[in-house]
Design a protein around this ligand. Sequence first.
Ligand SMILES: [Zn+2]
Length: 345
Amino acid sequence: MAFGDILGQERALRVLRKALASNRLAHAYLFYGPPGVGKKYTAMQFVKALYCTTSHTDACDTCTACRKVAAGHHPDTMCILAEDTSIKIEQVRALQRHLSYKPYENQRTTVIIDGGELLTSPAANALLKTLEEPPANALLLLLTGNKDALPLTITSRCQSVPFRPLAPADLRTLLERQGIPAETAAIAAPLLGGRLAPVSMADFSHLLSIRQSAYQILQDVIQSQGTASFLQARKFAGKRDQCTDLFQWLTLFCRDLTMLKVTPNLPLYNQDLRVELTTLAQHVALERLLEAFDMLQQLWRYLGMNLNSQLLFEQLLVQLPRLLAPSHAATPAPAAGKYERRSNA
Ligand SMILES: [Zn+2]
């Protein structure tokens, strides 16, 4: 069933299921939470469940009503999206006309507004009038990734339905449903920051190739004191985005090695390399890992501040073996002022 396909949003589903089961719906709901966590998908399932002719509490996905909503052809529902980065008063007037008509096929007329934070001031004022005096049988679903950007006069007139960032396990399942191979999904899921952003297989291949470079660098440095992989990775230094990805992966690997030292039973970012990382962790002391983690985070921050990526890479080349190679005694790190600010690297 359709609600059953929604992952990680139990709190939101509780509110919606309860409303459907009791047939006591508010005139307006505010779906709020970060982008990419399923607000639009859930709104569609809610509308389907409302119009479904075989179930009152969920969508069957097979009846004519469910199929019409899914195809965007149901005459009683409409969806409003931003046009040229904003939702304009003309669009709100169109939704007001839609809500003023008697429903054709159901007892309710619905409107989904996707991107409530993009309402212009005149559009928000017009919408407020609808919320103050909602037409009988009207249902408005206002979706926003930024609740604070909406006037309180609007949000206070909607029943709030909170959406949360997605857990890596849920993201992994959702990626697999999109056809991403299980192994790739497992590696990528923890890196998506709790959101299912649109990503292609090319993005994932790139992600995995940088991860491989980062792993090779750490393995070389920790096990053989070598820097061959490091020198190979030098090609990333002139490309800020790739350099950022490399620093991020090195940071995640250091975090995983630290976790293996401190709480070895917890899941790792690089869970598929657990055996190899456990071996690596045995070759390096915890305090060195913590120092390396701090150093990487600092370099990553500097990269974000537009400091010269070539120089930051050189620093990495010096600092990582200093901290993690077995026979190197840790020497004081250079001062932060050493890194030059440059806009073209
Ligand atoms: Zn149905």
